[in-house]
Design a protein around this ligand. Sequence first.
Ligand SMILES: [Zn+2]
Length: 94
Amino acid sequence: MPGLMQRCKQCESPLAKTDAACVNCGESAVVVMAKPDFKKRFGKLVTVLFILSAVLTVVALFTSYVGSFVTCLATTIVLLMVKKSADEMSSSEQ
Ligand SMILES: [Zn+2]
């Protein structure tokens, strides 16, 4: 995958995984491309889902579907807890 290719931090030329130094400029410290921050993405996804669920809960509150209100409320609470732990995970790393 070209997106995961390592690049020299001096000249940005692509490097093979086995290269200890850049073939172009000789820079020895090879930059490992940062992995996508899954935790950050996960946190964002949970936040979006939480907002959607909260909106649905409010909507369900004003409709006669009590069953769906309970389901939405439960989903919102679960997402709130997941969001909280996701926030704690990401903040403890900094
Ligand atoms: Zn280089």
